[in-house]
Ligand binder design. Structure first.
Ligand SMILES: [Zn+2]
Length: 287
């Protein structure tokens, strides 16, 4: 089957998904098509070096080899004519008639991965900047409403099984990884573009709900005393005495939850903006 990725028509979506999930090896053998794809995308740096094997049964010197179990590999170099096996030290004569193999070194290219991810995000209409924190490269994504989320590059093993693949999300508020399998690059490449976009936005929104509320809470606590908070609730039609907890902090947190549960958080933000014009509400729920 050869499904083209909607997002990148040049990509074979099934191949992309397989590579991103399983790597470049299929049952321990390097998959040349997969390697070609990731190196074309600039995700890896591939170095190929020609070698001959100390012992290879199709070679004319097979019967001259002393240790038929020798695993020796001999790298070929320009302008060199005399070779010996680095393992068993037996000289190799007539190296030109032996079968040449390519030894392939594959290294993840983090810069290339950043560039690629930026391109994916651009296709999704999301702005992105790249940086690194504690040695771990990430792409900072700015959503349409000015919200930010970090997408970490790399294996990210410590984030847990839910984040297999090249990307995982970090909640910028806590710095912790958030379970967001939807952010898997492989998944993004194998579903239609509109769905990808929707999935991405939803996952990012989920990751940010907590930080929005946390910012709001800090804001209310910093600018409203008990009486003013009571007054704010009255104006919003929220029964202050029904909000659980004894302290101002409990009441403020409950007010946010109350508005959020009724889909009226934006109203709360607007009211605060109205009453405290100097307060910075930028970025909260698109305000
Ligand atoms: Zn050898």
């Amino acid at each position: 089957m050869n499904t083209k990725s909607e997002l990148f028509p040049a990509l074979d979506a099934d191949l992309a998904r397989r590579v991103l999930r399983n790597g470049l090896f299929e049952s321990e053998r390097l998959d040349p098509t997969a390697l070609q794809m990731v190196s074309r995308l600039g995700l890896v740096t591939v170095t190929e070096r020609p070698i001959v094997l100390c012992v290879y049964e199709d070679d004319p010197d097979f019967l001259e080899r002393k240790d038929l179990d020798c695993p020796g590999e001999v790298f070929l170099e320009a302008r060199r004519s005399r070779y010996a096996c680095p393992e068993c030290k037996q000289p190799i004569n007539d190296i030109g008639r032996k079968t040449k193999f390519l030894k392939v070194d594959i290294a993840l290219d983090l810069e290339g991965m950043k560039r690629y991810l930026r391109r994916v995000l651009k296709e999704l209409g999301l702005a992105a900047e790249t940086s690194s924190r504690k040695g771990r490269p990430y792409v900072g994504v700015t959503l349409a409403r000015g919200k930010k989320v970090r997408v970490v590059l790399g294996d990210f093993d410590e984030a847990g099984d839910s984040e297999i693949g090249l990307v995982a999300a970090l909640d910028p508020a806590t710095g912790r990884g958030v379970p967001a399998p939807e952010l898997e690059l492989a998944g993004m490449l194998s579903v239609p573009a509109e769905e990808v976009s929707e999935q991405w936005r939803r996952a990012v929104a989920l990751a940010l709900v907590e930080s929005d509320s946390a910012r709001l809470l800090k804001l209310i606590l910093g600018h409203y005393n008990d009486a003013e908070l009571r007054d704010l609730c009255f104006k919003l039609g929220v029964p202050y005495d029904d909000l659980r907890g004894p302290g101002r902090k409990d009441k403020a947190r409950e007010l946010i939850a109350y508005m959020e549960n009724r889909g009226r958080l934006a109203l709360l933000v607007r009211q605060i903006q109205l009453e405290r014009p100097k307060v910075d509400v930028a970025g909260i729920l698109g305000a």
